[in-house]
Write a protein that binds this ligand. Structure first.
Ligand code: HEM
Length: 553
């Protein structure tokens, strides 16, 4: 009699399955025990990167954890992250098979295995980015940041939540890069696009946490699909517009990524028609104009461009679009929050900027002085507070606290553990940036940690806001430029102050699609113009002579 219920249970509840799920698979490092079906999820808070960072004290740099039915290996600390993603990058740069594999119609970058197609799509982006040219890129950023500046002037020093304005500015930058299009704040198309991008990203974040119960998984799936279809149909409309415009005017200038794509593919076809065969990549010297990068993999060539299937174009644009939207928004909000919270750093940066551009204060930043700022920084490393502050903003901001999950594609031994193919890897970037072994008082905002004893900027190995290795962020350069131009412009024109002088905002993060600062309000008060207005050429002469003096010295 006693055995009957047990036999019944064994028949209807797959106990052996539950037991097997609780057992750490062979080869994986040890980790905490979980409960059947849920694994370790019940113990995790809304900020698992902090939980894993704490768990490191008990389980070490590398431990296993089951989330739902899947085992993951968590990497904590910069050494273990670098060992996996850099030293063993050939084996640890895959992407796991997850919900997106059921959704994406076509191939792109972020969700692809590191195969030839993925490499091609990455080099495609780099080549177009270079071909667009530094001047055009800076110009687009600068124009949009000017609009942000003017909107702040209109606020007339009132307390505002900057998130809406930041969103509009950076959405317009990425839209102009991709499609040559910008939006007014009240444009319904802009709101539709943003709604779809939000739905897509937020539900993707949920999918990495949601349990397969109560119909939640299906709802999340439908939301991601809805957001994806919305963005893709928007991108396809822009592609059709570009084709029509090209038919009307074949000599149209190349102003955006889609223009570049169609121009290059058209040239490839013309070239093939002309010479009858595909030219070898090495025969095409496209570097004479200095437009392209030095790495062979970044060089566009006709053969490669031909291979970019137009069917994949919407997905590639989608990766660039969603990859470059929330991330840079969050980084800009962290920057403003830091300026409000640390007025002393703000004042010192403003002073440094005045030193760099001399009497041109009232006219900065036009593009040239910004470039000169960068040059001066590179030449003599004298003006390093601002670059160091940007580095520190990315460190404390931890905009992407975990790298996108990686996956083992060939058996690999890490720290003595033999990880089998298919093992999922979570690289805890937040943990690497908060590790007291690498950073003194890591929780403090302190740009000086990036300046060495000789007054030069130094970047530690543990620094990895854009991840490391083969899958390192594709938009790192663009993101750095955007933040550089946006912050120099705003600090040049405004004092960024708290909404209320008595209350300084919290400097803490909230987890969402990206890690943003706790919502805050600020006032942008116009700075008193202490300098004489100079023309661009007067200012450039002055700056050039300053630079020459520095070089002579
Ligand atoms: C503050 C700005 C940004 C931060 C902190 C950031 C950070 C990251 C991180 C941590 C990854 C994961 C790398 C890995 O899996 O190991 C990533 C991947 C990626 N990012 Fe960014 N990103 C930023 C801006 C951008 C921008 C502006 C773009 C687009 C132009 C972009 C496009 C991508 C793409 C396409 C990937 C996937 C790369 C691949 O799988 O090969 N990101 N980014």
């Amino acid at each position: 009699m006693i055995y009957k219920p047990i036999r019944f249970g064994q028949k209807f509840l797959p106990l052996h399955l539950l037991r097997d799920m609780a057992r750490i698979p062979q080869g994986l490092p040890p980790g905490p025990a979980g409960v059947p079906l849920l694994g370790y999820i019940p113990w995790l808070s809304g900020t698992p990167y902090i939980d894993f960072h704490e768990m490191r004290k008990r389980y070490g740099d590398m431990f296993s954890v089951r989330l739902g039915k899947r085992w993951h290996v968590v990497l904590n600390g910069s050494t273990s992250i670098r060992r996996a993603l850099v030293e063993n990058g050939a084996a640890c740069s895959g992407r796991p098979n997850w919900i997106l594999n059921r959704i994406l119609k076509g191939k792109a970058v972020a969700n692809e295995q590191p195969d030839a197609g993925w490499r091609l799509h990455r080099s495609f982006w780099f080549s177009l980015f270079r071909q667009l040219g530094q001047d055009k890129i800076q110009h687009i950023i600068k124009e949009e940041v000017e609009c942000m500046k003017n909107a702040l002037i209109k606020e007339n020093g009132q307390a505002i939540d900057p998130s809406g304005l930041v969103k509009l500015t950076f959405c317009n930058i990425i839209c102009r890069f991709c499609f040559g299009k910008r939006y007014a704040a009240d444009d319904p198309e802009f709101h539709r696009l943003h709604r779809n991008a939000d739905t897509y990203m937020q539900n993707l974040a949920k999918a990495s946490r949601t349990l397969p119960f109560f119909g939640q998984a299906e709802k999340v799936f439908q939301n991601i699909l809805g957001g994806y279809d919305g963005i893709i149909s928007f991108i396809k409309e822009r592609i059709e517009e570009h084709k029509t415009m090209r038919l009307r005017d074949r000599t149209r200038s190349c102003d955006d990524l889609l223009d570049m794509y169609f121009n290059r593919t058209a040239e490839a076809v013309d070239e093939i028609d002309h010479i009858g065969i595909l030219p070898a990549a090495a025969d095409i010297n496209m570097n004479t104009t200095g437009m392209y990068g030095n790495r062979a993999s970044d060089q566009p060539n006709f053969t490669k461009m031909k291979e970019i299937d137009e069917a994949n174009l919407p997905n590639i644009v989608l990766d660039i679009f969603v990859g470059g939207l929330e991330t840079i928004n969050a980084a800009m909000l962290w920057s403003l929050c830091a300026m409000v919270k640390y007025p002393d750093v703000q004042r010192r940066i403003q002073k440094e900027m005045e030193d760099v551009v001399g009497l041109g204060l009232s006219r900065l930043p036009t593009i040239k002085p910004i470039a000169i700022y960068q040059v001066q920084f590179v030449i003599n490393m004298q003006y390093c507070l601002f670059p160091a502050t940007l580095l520190e903003i990315y460190r404390v901001g931890n905009v992407i606290p975990f790298a996108i999950p990686h996956c083992v594609t060939q058996p690999v031994v890490l720290d003595g553990y033999k990880l089998p193919v298919g093992t999922r890897i979570l690289a805890n970037i937040y943990g690497a940036h908060m590790d007291p072994k690498d950073w003194r008082n890591p929780e403090l905002f302190d740009p000086s940690r990036f300046i060495d004893e000789t007054g030069k900027v130094k970047i530690a190995q543990a620094y990895m806001p854009f991840s490391v290795g083969k899958r390192v962020c594709m938009g790192e350069n663009l993101a750095r430029k955007e933040l550089f131009v946006a912050l120099t412009t705003l600090l040049h024109h405004f004092e960024i102050l708290p909404a209320d002088d008595e209350i300084t905002p919290e400097f803490d993060g909230v987890a969402g699609t990206t890690r943003c600062p706790v919502p805050f309000k600020m006032r942008a008060i116009r700075r008193v113009n202490r300098q004489t207005e100079l023309t661009d050429s007067e200012m450039l002469t002055e700056i050039t002579s300053k630079n020459e003096a520095i070089l002579m010295a």
